[in-house]
Ligand binder design. Sequence first.
Ligand code: G
Ligand code: G
Ligand code: MN
Ligand code: NA
Length: 254
Amino acid sequence: LAIESQLRHAVDRQEFVLHYQPQVEMSTGNIIGAEALIRWNHPTLGLLGPLHFIDVAEERGYIVQIGNWVIREACRQIAEWHAKGLPLMTVGVNLSALQFRHQELVGLLQDALAEYQLPGSCLDVEVTESVIMDDLESTVQTIRAIQAMGIRMSIDDFGTGYSSLAYLKRFKADKLKIDRSFVRDIPGDQDDSAITRAIINMSKNLNMQVVAEGVETVEQWQFLAQEGCHQVQGYLLSKPVSAEAVEPLLRQKC
Ligand code: G
Ligand code: G
Ligand code: MN
Ligand code: NA
């Protein structure tokens, strides 16, 4: 309960920070972007990960304000990196259900890009299948409006939601992110290997990019490379780290 009232003021008190996990293109080894992951620099408890506060933030409705901060902060950071001579990065931001259904989302994305003079291609919006399935009709419209700005749409944790594949026909997702629960036991586990291979093939046949999450070992990398996965993300390359710590990694791209 203390945490709830502290959470309410955390945006105003500037207690949130974004960490970044690089995403690598398998064919070139280049870092082509990063996923932004929120942390709460709590006054007494230290740095807290999303598992400690995202659900509460969603329940209490604070997630909209927090999510708005995430979008603006990601844009500010992309512009700062660019001003320092880095190429324009694409940053993935995670959107919660409430935030995705909020009527001001599209305007907010537009304003954040305009404020930092960034093209839409700098942002990649990540939503889970459950968020999409929640209200498919209105979701499809929101997704189309987001993509019309040049922003990419990724399906996060793909394969774990209670959903049918039919939604993939209703709009064109730009990217599927294979959930790390499937990646964890490849190549040893035959079922996980088969599922991962199937997701990669389906993505390619539907002209979507495919990203494997949670890649921790060289053996996983090799399996994914052999199957033609486009991008990977995971501890093998880097944990999510602060903006300062990720900067040298991003420079390797140049
Ligand atoms: O960052 P990991 O380190 O702990 O993230 C855990 C979960 O929190 C992931 O499922 C991720 O999608 C979610 N998450 C991370 N950052 C954000 C954010 O800015 N907004 C929302 N809604 N979820 C986030
Ligand atoms: O649900 P979402 O995909 O957005 O979750 C990202 C979460 O996965 C974050 O909590 C992040 O810290 C975690 N993560 C990223 N890479 C790895 C990895 O290689 N192994 C494990 N176990 N977790 C990872
Ligand atoms: Mn994500
Ligand atoms: Na994910």
